[in-house]
Design a protein around this ligand. Structure first.
Ligand SMILES: C[S@@+](CC[C@H](N)C(=O)[O-])C[C@H]1O[C@@H](n2cnc3c(N)ncnc32)[C@H](O)[C@@H]1O
Length: 222
């Protein structure tokens, strides 16, 4: 079956990824709703424990949630947001916030993070499983990764979802996936490999559970 799969450069130019209809403007309340996590409390708890917590938001959109955290949470912390397009709110950018225009498929951090989030960002990524495994290694030993994730978008070379086999593989490497909330988490730093070889992506997948057109990612499982 010829799926006409795209590489990252083509995908990043696709109208599905460069789509103005997607919601890029969530604030902390929206992140709390989508992730089931009170990020302000998470950061405050670590600050109270004497740490200088670092939060990385992958596919941060306008970075409204990061701006809100930087402006409202007292104490020492560091915030980093990465997005393909610089639709960032502001300026001015608060001193504790760093905003980076880059693809998360090629960007790498230079220090570990206490918290890594991606709110409805993975739906637009080609090699989603590579981002999951990289994010797990970018965590501090007691860090937390949490993201919205649709396993239905992970497909084999014939276009069929891997289904429960994928969620079993993810759980076996230390991820937690909740099929009701469609959230994936990694509760601590992990060096892991998943038995999947990336083939390319399909930007004609149509709307996913969010109602927005999304990207399917195709793999061979070894
Ligand atoms: C639905 S928006 C979510 C934005 C933000 N997390 C929010 O909830 O408001 C998805 C974001 O993913 C970004 N994105 C898509 N592909 C990306 C890539 N390869 N690297 C970084 N960001 C990407 C888009 O530019 C967009 O801002």
């Amino acid at each position: 079956m010829n799926l006409g799969l795209l590489g990252d450069a083509e995908l990043e130019r696709s109208p599905v990824v460069a789509n103005n209809a997607m919601n890029r403007e969530r604030r902390l309340a929206g992140y709390r709703r989508e992730l089931g996590l009170d990020i302000a409390r998470f950061l405050r708890d670590r600050i109270s424990a004497g740490a200088v917590p670092r939060w990385l938001d992958l596919c941060c959109g306008t970075a409204n949630a990061l701006f809100e955290a930087a402006r409202t949470i007292p104490g020492e912390f560091e915030l980093v947001g990465v997005d393909l397009v610089d639709f960032f709110a502001g300026p001015p950018t608060p001193p504790r916030l760093q905003l980076i225009t880059a693809s998360i498929t090629t960007w790498t951090p230079d220090a570990p993070f206490d918290l890594i989030t991606s709110v409805h960002g993975l739906h637009y990524i080609g090699d989603k499983l590579a981002i999951l495994t990289k994010a797990a290694t970018w965590l501090a030993p007691d860090g937390l990764f949490i993201a919205n994730f649709d396993p239905h978008a992970i497909r084999d070379d014939s276009g069929t979802p891997f289904g429960p086999r994928l969620t079993r593989d993810l759980r076996a490497t230390g991820f937690t996936y909740n099929s009701r909330t469609r959230r994936i988490t990694c509760p601590a730093r992990r060096d892991l490999t998943l038995p999947y070889t990336y083939l390319g992506s399909d930007d004609h997948a149509g709307p996913n559970y969010t109602g927005q057109p999304a990207v399917n990612s195709h793999y061979l499982r070894s």
